[in-house]
Ligand binder design. Structure first.
Ligand code: DGL
Length: 259
């Protein structure tokens, strides 16, 4: 069974890609909505939550853990690997590398949470792949809030996407890297706003492929296509998102808190 987690509904974008690529895989997803958003939290808090969720996924039989959250990956991936040395983790980082390789204007835009942009993981991505290009970044906290509210299109989304992306487009960005797993859920509006000026870069499919490669190496990728979802706090907006990412008939449980 593949364990996947996020602060909320965003990581379902990764679960959806895994599902599409491997319909037979069993998935257990935890969305920690009662404590979302993680973006403004300290890395110590995000690490504590991530380690608690990892333990829960392992207790429930997960054979690999996909940290389907850039903010949790930034705060917790290295410490989690140290804390659970026998477990294979797949994490996320903003896909600056492909964007920097393909930009024609030499300007790459990155959108992510404040937690991701402030952390050393993002800095190391910029140091490793950003040489010779200008990287302009923006934190767009409203986007996470809207997705968590089940709002993925309409005038409010359009206004907020414009507000966040326009400064990056004005600087000349021709690649917009989605550095938060909630953001692909707003992709239709993001594409509308960037129009022909920029391409949108989403690492989700690559992360799903990598997760399945490791799951198959560990022989934990085959199952009966069962999808279980545990959400802390509420299932508000879940159906909208599950539908958008193509997760059909998951078994959903709302739990009051993680223990
Ligand atoms: N989905 C998340 C990410 O990829 C976190 C959003 C949040 O909780 O702030 O960063």
């Amino acid at each position: 069974m593949i364990g996947v987690f996020d602060s909320g509904l965003g990581g379902l974008t990764i679960a959806g890609h895994i599902r599409r690529l491997a319909p037979e895989a069993d998935l257990l997803y935890v969305g920690d909505r009662a404590r979302a958003p993680y973006g403004p939290r300290s890395s110590a808090e995000v690490l504590a939550f991530s380690s608690q969720i990892t333990q829960r996924l392992l207790d429930r039989g997960a054979g690999i853990i996909v940290v389907a959250c850039n903010t949790a990956s930034a705060a917790a991936l290295h410490p989690l690997r140290a804390q659970f040395p026998e477990v294979r983790f797949v994490g996320m980082e903003p896909a600056v590398k492909p964007a920097a390789n393909h930009t024609a204007t030499g300007v790459v835009g990155v959108v992510a949470t404040a937690g991701t942009l402030d952390g050393p993981l993002y800095q190391s991505v910029v140091d490793r792949y950003g040489a010779g290009v200008e990287i302009v970044a923006a934190a767009c906290p409203d986007w996470v809030e809207m997705v968590e509210g089940g709002v993925v299109d309409g005038p409010e989304v359009l206004r907020s996407v414009r507000r966040c992306l326009e400064p990056l487009l004005v600087r000349g960005a021709d690649r917009i890297v989605l550095g938060c797993t909630h953001f692909p859920l707003l992709e239709a509006t993001i594409r509308q706003v960037v129009a022909r000026q920029a391409q949108v870069v989403d690492p989700g499919p690559a992360v799903a492929r990598q997760s399945l490669r490791i799951a198959s190496e560990l022989a934990v990728g085959q199952g009966s296509g069962r999808i279980e979802v545990e959400l802390t706090g509420t299932d508000r907006g879940f159906d909208v998102v599950a539908d958008l990412v193509g997760l059909a008939n998951p078994q959903v449980a709302v739990i009051s808190a993680l223990t």
